[in-house]
Write a protein that binds this ligand. Structure first.
Ligand SMILES: Nc1ncnc2c1ncn2[C@@H]1O[C@H](COP(=O)(O)OP(=O)(O)OP(=O)(O)O)[C@@H](O)[C@H]1O
Ligand SMILES: [Mg+2]
Length: 561
């Protein structure tokens, strides 16, 4: 019997299909020279096995090989392997098929290749992949006298492999898109990177994103790549109009092999000028809402496959989510801006109104009270001697008028201290601290650091109002004995620090309290500071006092919003 060299592992391993089950009751004796037994082994294999001589002729074939070729033994034996396997007139050679036989004859070692066989089943072309292991049969002196070829059908494994490669590629593509579109919340940046990455993934050079204007019910290009500016700027589609309008209306993608000849196009002349061929339009949809359409096209005849469509639909849904996020973000920003503008307006109206009331109190009420006090004094002088009772009574009334005058002056100052306009923030804050805290027996240490200077009226007013609220809160709620109040003038910012040793409070709770109308003081402080792009920080521990710190940028452009 000829010696058969073992097949060397090629690293991929040789997977054996389970052979037909046989029940063996007695040990099988090796039957030397028993041809029937060898044939039985030969035919028991599910894999195809053929033996080939030096002239590529098949000299032996098992049942599996015969049945695949649907031939009788005499239709195969003696015929060249290339003719039987591939219907070719000569031996296999690259690039179509590599022939393993030559290598086995030359090296005396096994060789392994994979061949693709095209067969026709019911008029349909089918590809079959065969793993072929060619091994030498040698004589006693080690000379190769024939070659066996074991062929295993690996079509299913190949298909599964290519499916998982495809799925992996799609995942990588989606990840690339998701990363690109989630890097920004700016709508145009999102759309530009979305179209750029999509074209890169689809290996196409033309495309764009049209967004739906809900009011006008029109779709227009927001970004494009590879399209002429004239085309992208001049075409817009109503819902249902052209391919793009139909996609937005139905929510279903449309692919065409040659868009230039498609009867559904809305602008044939413009499309012809763009020389577009294969074309795909995919809806950008979030839940049931259509936000726009993604279009991809190429100038060559490469069609879009079913897999391309699936991938494009997944890409489109990623883009749609990013578009929705960016749009929502834009809306919130707009609302924030208008709210800020409105608050600024309200605060300046409030300041103006305070100024007006202070002026009126000063010009009318306080003037009248002052003249009343003066008149009372004059009348007292006019009284005849002996009218002591009446004089004492007049003196008392004059005292009441004078203390009402003092009170009015205090209110005028609270409303709008002239100190703030005339001498600036430091003088106004010092007056505020003495008047509200010092007068209540609370020790105040007021300090300034840095180069004290006049700030813009807007910043000084905001700082004054916020400090006024903090000081009034200490006077009303803290039960403090000691307060540190510091204004730090820096080059680009001013920092205010107010620390009391009072009873403290739960800041979060107080800020979110719904008990109105009181409790708006802290919120007002926050709103005012944010209006000039500053930051307010309140730290308080119940039982251990409160620290209020705010920092406001002094860059005039920033401070003026
Ligand atoms: N320095 C402080 N020490 C202790 N408690 C404070 C201090 N500042 C604020 N609080 C607590 O926080 C609550 C909310 O303060 P906020 O200034 O918002 O409202 P308010 O002073 O009660 O009313 P208003 O709307 O008139 O200012 C206060 O009621 C008080 O309980
Ligand atoms: Mg308050």
């Amino acid at each position: 019997m000829n010696k058969v060299s073992p097949v060397k592992s090629t690293g991929r391993g040789v997977n054996r299909a389970p052979s037909r089950a046989h029940t063996v009751n007695a040990p099988v004796k090796p039957l030397k020279g028993n041809k029937g037994f060898l044939d039985a082994i030969f035919n028991s294999l599910e894999d195809e096995l053929i033996v080939i001589d030096r002239d590529y002729r098949i000299i032996q074939a098992n049942e599996a090989a015969l049945s695949r070729h649907g031939r009788h033994r005499r239709g195969i034996i003696g015929k060249p392997c290339y003719e039987i396997s591939h219907g070719q007139p000569g031996p296999c050679h690259p690039p179509h098929h590599e022939c393993p036989l030559q290598e086995v004859w030359e090296t005396g070692k096994p060789a392994r290749v994979t061949h693709c066989h095209i067969s026709h089943v019911n008029g349909e072309e089918r590809e079959r992949y065969l793993d072929i292991i060619a091994s030498p049969i040698t004589d006693k002196r080690g000379n190769v006298i024939a070659v066996t070829e074991i062929m295993r059908d690996v079509t299913e494994a190949k298909e599964a492999e290519s499916r998982s490669v495809e799925a992996y590629k799609n995942l990588v593509a989606l990840n690339t898109i998701a990363t690109a579109v989630n890097q920004s919340l700016d709508l145009d940046t999102v759309l530009y990177s979305a179209i750029e990455k999509t074209l890169e993934i689809m290996r196409r050079n033309t495309g764009g994103i049209l967004l739906l204007d809900e009011e006008k019910q029109m779709l227009c290009y927001r970004v494009h790549n590879g399209l002429s500016k004239e085309y992208a700027q001049s075409v817009c589609f109503r819902l249902g109009e052209g391919i793009v309008g139909k996609v937005a209306q139905s929510g279903e993608a449309i692919m065409v092999d040659d868009v230039s000849t498609d009867p559904r196009i809305a602008h044939p002349g413009l499309i012809a000028a763009e020389r577009l061929r294969a074309f795909a339009a995919i809806p950008l949809r979030v839940r049931d809402k259509i936000l726009g359409v993604l279009t991809i096209a190429s100038h060559d005849a490469r069609k879009f496959s079913g897999e391309d469509v699936q991938l494009l639909e997944s890409i489109a849904s990623q883009i749609a989510i990013a578009v929705e996020n960016a749009t929502l973000h834009q809306e919130v920003q707009h609302k924030d801006e208008s709210r800020g503008e409105l608050l600024g307006e309200i605060f300046s109206i409030q300041e103006e109104e305070r100024r007006r009331i202070a002026r009126e109190l000063h010009d009318e009420t306080s003037q009248s009270l002052a003249s009343l006090a003066a008149s009372l004094e004059a009348v007292a002088v006019m009284l005849p001697s002996g009218a002591d009772k009446a004089r004492a009574r007049l003196k008392k009334i004059e005292q009441v008028a004078l203390s009402a005058l003092d009170e009015i002056h205090r209110i005028i100052y609270e409303l709008r201290p002239t100190l703030l306009d005339d001498l600036g923030l430091v003088a106004a804050v010092r007056w505020l601290a003495n008047n509200n805290l010092g007068s209540a027996g609370i020790e105040v240490i007021f300090k300034t650091t840095g180069r004290v200077r006049r700030l813009t009226p807007k910043v000084e007013t905001i700082l004054f109002r916020v400090i006024q609220e903090a000081v009034s809160n200490i006077a009303r709620h803290a039960h403090a004995r000691h307060v540190d109040l510091t204004l730090r003038y820096k080059k680009d910012t001013i920092i205010v620090h107010i620390k009391d040793d009072g009873e403290g409070f739960a800041v979060e709770e107080a800020m979110s309290s719904r008990e109105r109308p009181r409790g708006l003081g802290l919120l007002g402080m926050k709103e005012r500071v944010e209006l000039v792009h500053g930051a307010l920080n309140i730290r308080s521990v119940p039982g251990s006092g409160t620290e209020v710190q705010m920092e406001i940028p002094l860059n005039p452009e920033v401070a003026d919003g």
